[in-house]
Design a protein around this ligand. Structure first.
Ligand code: ADP
Ligand code: NI
Length: 217
């Protein structure tokens, strides 16, 4: 059963994500799936099937692209899994993880205390930082037709997660509102270790970026 359900889930997710923005496409899912399995191996704990299914299904309906519906992705995932004959308790757990996994601007957010949640959230967040994270951020900014950087504009900060989600700040702002914060929000020891390296790489990137922007400064 586990192998067939994984294969069927992959086919379902690929179909749903056909034509998705480059940072939230099938390859984002594949990277999160691979990273989640890697963290699970290193941590030595967590139900592998739950982790794999959650990683595969976690972005099938992102509120950023579906008109702001936070529940739709978890509901779609739940319906799909029940149809595949996955037991109700596992389905409920997976749906709950999907509902709460997303970053809310650094404001307090519901976390689920299970290791499966912690691993999938770490894997998803690791894909937002480092070299891949930089590529994804500028791809998303381009997709939204946002400026790369506006040097005269002060760093934008937010009062709550609604304001964070509504922002259309330049992409460089995203490093400060999210990407550089993720290192300290990792759940697992493996996640923390991996995040540190990717974080340092982003700091180097930003150093070079400002240097090249005005070499005389
Ligand atoms: P999560 O994976 O926690 O749900 P998001 O889907 O908002 O978070 O973010 C995933 C990726 O989408 C980010 O790492 C980034 O690459 C891109 N992204 C989201 N919002 C922005 C933004 N305002 N500017 C640039 N990139 C963004
Ligand atoms: Ni994701």
């Amino acid at each position: 059963m586990p192998d067939t359900i994984i294969q069927k889930t992959i086919l379902f997710v690929k179909e749903v994500l056909e034509g998705a923005e480059g940072g939230h496409d099938w390859y984002h899912i594949e990277r999160v799936w691979n990273t989640a399995r890697y963290i699970r191996e290193r941590e030595g704990t967590g139900d592998m099937l739950t982790i794999e299914l959650t990683a595969l299904l976690h972005d099938i309906s992102d509120a950023k692209f579906n008109g702001g519906d936070d529940e739709k992705g978890s509901e779609m995932a739940g319906d799909f899994l029940l149809k595949q004959g996955v037991d109700a308790e596992t389905v409920e757990h997976i749906s709950a993880i999907i509902k709460h996994v997303s970053y809310k601007g650094g404001f307090s957010q519901d976390q689920i205390s299970t290791i499966e949640f912690q691993i999938v959230q770490d894997a998803d967040r690791l894909d937002a930082i480092g070299a891949i994270g930089i590529a994804r951020a500028f791809n998303y900014g381009g997709f939204k037709n946002r400026p790369i950087h506006l040097p005269e504009k002060p760093l934008q900060e937010y009062d709550d997660s609604k304001a964070y989600h509504k922002s259309d700040a330049p992409t460089i702002n995203h490093f400060y509102e999210k990407l550089l914060k993720l290192k300290d929000l990792m759940n697992t020891a493996t996640g923390m270790q991996m995040a540190k390296e990717r974080h340092d790489y982003m700091l180097d990137f930003l150093d070079r970026f400002y240097n090249e922007w005005d070499p005389g400064k």
